[in-house]
Design a protein around this ligand. Sequence first.
Ligand SMILES: Cc1cc2nc3c(=O)[nH]c(=O)nc-3n(C[C@H](O)[C@H](O)[C@H](O)COP(=O)(O)OP(=O)(O)OC[C@H]3O[C@@H](n4cnc5c(N)ncnc54)[C@H](O)[C@@H]3O)c2cc1C
Length: 282
Amino acid sequence: MKPAPFAYAKARSVEDAVRLLNEHGDNAKLLAGGQSLMATLNMRLSQPAILIDLNGIPGLDGIALNGGDVAIGALVRHATAAKSDVIARHVPLIAMAMPHIGHPAIRNRGTIGGSIAFADPAAELPACFLALNGEAEITGKNGTRRVTADDFFRGLYETAIAADEMLTAIRLPSATPDMRYGFAELSRRHGDYALVGLAAVARADGAGLKDVRLAYFGVGLTPVRATVAEAALIRGSIDDAVEALDYDMAPPDDVQETGPVKRHLAGVLLRRVAAQMMGGGA
Ligand SMILES: Cc1cc2nc3c(=O)[nH]c(=O)nc-3n(C[C@H](O)[C@H](O)[C@H](O)COP(=O)(O)OP(=O)(O)OC[C@H]3O[C@@H](n4cnc5c(N)ncnc54)[C@H](O)[C@@H]3O)c2cc1C
């Protein structure tokens, strides 16, 4: 199918993009890498009157270590993030997730901001953002506000970004020597959206773990924190943590798999990720 007709505007700056958003309201859509948006336009799931192209806005494509945070601009492409030394050293969870996002052509165009703002519940980066409890920098006509990942995801494809605002960057806590990361997903073919995936962050505590954050993707309407399983893992029992997932999630059936199978796979991934974080490999 072809998209419905739309007008096109190229934003020259963040202020320009926000002005256009305020002018056109719900009739406008922001265009970043286009890797999700173009498909929804072509299938006429979305019929905006105008596309506001963010590509080329200066200052949105940087990756910078600032104190204890890594700031990643909204227009940083997945492929750029995958090659970044700053990300590999200071937010290795993102580097672990990158190879699982689609294929090279998608990673060459898709942006970090587009993925977080789109908030696909089966996508890798929203779950990593939640596991790390990063912060979103959201800019509107009254300036920039920050929202933590815990408060960011509101529902299916719904986030804290209002219709007249845009995501300008995310901030992720930089790794410290005691931090442990785990990432695993199951998909039918490498590069497909995950059937189920898990991004995890913790701190080493002797032979165990503390401050565990488990963020699943592909099991609900948003990325899902498994807080009951987190507590069991902190107590040191992986078996209890796997059982506790019954309290944390009730995955619905989707086009890829049934809910009960997804629930089973969530347990399989938890064992793999726990082994990664405890130094036992995957
Ligand atoms: C074949 C295929 C396979 C894929 N596989 C995967 C996969 O396995 N895992 C995965 O995570 N993703 C996958 N993707 C999606 C890809 O990662 C996208 O790049 C990403 O979801 C959206 O980023 P984008 O920059 O392309 O955003 P766009 O498609 O341009 O925009 C997506 C949505 O976000 C909004 N938006 C974009 N930028 C901003 C911003 N700065 N502020 C506010 N709103 C904004 C747009 O208005 C739009 O509604 C796949 C895509 C394709 C086509």
